[in-house]
Design a binder for this molecule. Structure first.
Ligand code: ADP
Length: 556
């Protein structure tokens, strides 16, 4: 028990001594820092040494104590004679512990060689170098080390100023990262830019090829062609336009194209064109353009169709003018021929009919049955021929604008009744279903309306080889009376529907080819138009058709 007691007492006294030393050390350090003393004794292993602080100016020491940089003074053995609070903070030690130890111990192992070299040189010349300080907890702090020699009474010492470069380094690092990011972004932008340039180049080339393609095509078709903006300004004419009209680009521009139009066709053309620009519907009109070389006006069929983008907005219009002068003349010759031929045929037909009547009336009872039968057959054929000739005459009258007739009050119910009775006689195999309304009165020509309705009925029977039902229906549509004939036959395609009322138009389907000249519906359309009514068809191929006309009702 004795030794341990002695040891304890020893320890207590040692501790007391150490406490006193520590207090003394603290006092000394404070005194140095505040400039109260100018010298101190350091135990550097070789015994105690006295160091006096030559520049023991109080003001400077306070200044050094307060500065942000670490300030250290080392002797030739590298021992720290003095360090300020900032330095202690840098290396993570209490100030009193930083003094008296080797500065070397705060340098990272792999940087010691460089540090030694710098310090060795610093005794000769002031110098600066970047070093890494290692703190107590192993934390590395990048610092700029500035070395200056100072003369102390006991010999030369080195003053080291350490500027913490952590923030600078961090900023530099951030800057580097930002620069790298910037470089990457720049590279990406450049790549994108290059790709864009490539695309633009390719598109420009495509556009050029497509424009040249269009020009080549446009200049090598027989028609005159043009394009115009959605507002209707013309921005391109092909070579044929200039060749035909003899107009220059300047003369054609800004509505100058009107110069080439026949004055009688001008209003009609401009009106139709304006209406198409407004509605977006295909522009189609027949008019005459003046040929520059001889001043002759030639008929042209003008058509312009709008080109739309993915939003269905019109981007531009493409128009063509096709020379139909020869076709027109041919039609005129045909009409003339039809007119003359039907007229010429009418006279012998009338006398033939007369003779047949005479034959059937002559000694009526004595006529052998077979002759009676022949006379009846001849009469049927003559009636067919007469209908055909009448149609031909109607067509030529329409063409000459001479199909005229008088109007009177017509009861639609009576008209339907007459026609259905007639139809049942002619087509005994067909099942006619009548849906008639009340007594609708219209102002019309009864004979001509019967002609229209009979045409609808005859066609319904003719173009329904399988289904024998035909519905005749009268109804009201607003202020109009509507008469419709529905069949369940071969029907019409959308394209056929569009052209069905044209002169001489017939559906060219060999499967269902029947006799006819394609005049009936054309005449019907003309008759209904003469009555200020509307004619139309609803149909689906293979399902059947409904042909109808509508006329304004008379208000009593
Ligand atoms: P056609 O004398 O040739 O019958 P139309 O002018 O009366 O002359 O008719 C023109 C064409 O319209 C016909 O050739 C036929 O192809 C078609 N057509 C007319 N009516 C019908 C219908 N009810 N169903 C189907 N096609 C029809």
């Amino acid at each position: 028990m004795e030794p341990s007691k002695a040891t304890y007492e020893q320890l207590v006294s040692q501790n007391e001594e150490l406490k006193i030393q520590l207090e003394e050390a603290n006092d000394t350090i404070d005194a140095i820092r505040t400039g109260q003393i100018d010298a101190l004794i350091v135990n550097d292993g070789d015994g105690h040494q006295l160091y006096t602080l030559k520049t023991a100016d109080q003001t400077y020491r306070v200044f050094i104590e307060k500065m942000n940089e670490g300030a250290v003074t080392i002797n030739q053995q590298g021992l720290i004679l003095y360090a300020n609070t900032s330095f202690a903070g840098l290396v993570g030690l209490p100030l009193e512990k930083a003094i008296g130890i080797k500065f070397h111990s705060f340098i990272a192992d792999d940087a010691r060689e460089l540090f030694d070299r710098v310090i060795a040189g610093a005794w000769q010349d002031d110098c600066k170098e970047e070093i890494q300080l290692v703190g107590q907890n192993g934390k590395l702090t990048p610092c700029l080390l500035s070395c200056n020699t100072i003369d102390l009474d006991e010999g030369v010492a080195l003053s080291l100023i350490l500027t913490d470069l952590s923030i600078l380094k961090e900023t530099e690092n951030q800057l580097k990262i930002r620069n790298q990011q910037l470089a990457a972004a720049h590279q990406a932008t450049e790549k994108l830019n290059n790709e864009l340039e490539d695309t633009v180049r390719a598109r420009t080339k495509e556009l050029f090829v497509s424009r040249e393609h269009f020009k080549y095509l446009a200049n090598n078709i027989p028609q005159m062609t043009w394009t115009n903006t959605p507002k209707g300004e013309f921005d391109y004419y092909n070579q044929q336009w200039y060749d035909y009209t003899g107009l220059s680009l300047d003369e054609t521009k800004n509505m100058g194209w009107k110069l080439a139009l026949h004055p009688d066709d001008l209003n009609r053309t401009v009106e139709k064109f304006r209406s198409s620009l407004k509605t977006g519907e295909i522009f189609e009109v027949e008019n005459r353009y003046k040929r520059g070389s001889d001043g002759a006006y030639r008929w042209h069929l003008n058509r312009a169709v709008p080109l739309r983008n993915e939003n269905n907005e019109i981007v531009f219009w493409v128009g063509t003018a096709t020379d139909i002068e020869e076709r027109k003349k041919e039609m005129e010759r045909k009409d003339e021929f039809i007119g003359i031929a039907s007229h010429e045929l009418k006279t012998p037909l009338t006398s033939l009919k007369g003779y047949l009547q005479l034959i059937s009336a002559y000694k009526k009872d004595e006529l052998p049955p077979v002759v009676k039968q022949y006379v009846e057959k001849a009469n049927n054929s003559l009636n067919k021929l007469q209908r055909l000739i009448n149609d031909l005459l109607d067509v030529s009258k329409i063409q000459a604008g001479k199909l005229e007739y008088g109007f009177a009050r017509v009861d639609i119910a009576e008209l339907v009744k007459n026609c259905s009775e007639n139809a049942r006689l002619i087509h005994p195999d067909t099942n006619f279903i009548i849906h008639d309304g009340s007594n609708y009165i219209v102002i019309a020509n009864a004979e001509r309306l019967e002609q229209v309705l009979m045409n609808f009925i005859n066609n319904a029977v003719k173009y329904s080889p399988q289904n024998k039902d035909v519905i005749i229906e009268t109804s009201l549509n607003g202020n109009n009376v509507r008469v419709a004939v529905t069949d369940f036959g071969i029907g019409l395609s959308a394209v056929q529907k569009e052209r069905i009322f044209e002169r001489f138009y017939r559906v060219e389907d060999k499967k269902y080819m029947t006799s006819g000249l394609g005049m009936g519906l054309y005449i019907c359309a003309e008759i209904i138009s003469y009555h200020n009514g509307t004619i139309g068809v609803e149909s689906e191929a293979g399902k059947g058709s409904t042909f109808y006309f509508e006329l304004p009702l008379v208000e009593d």
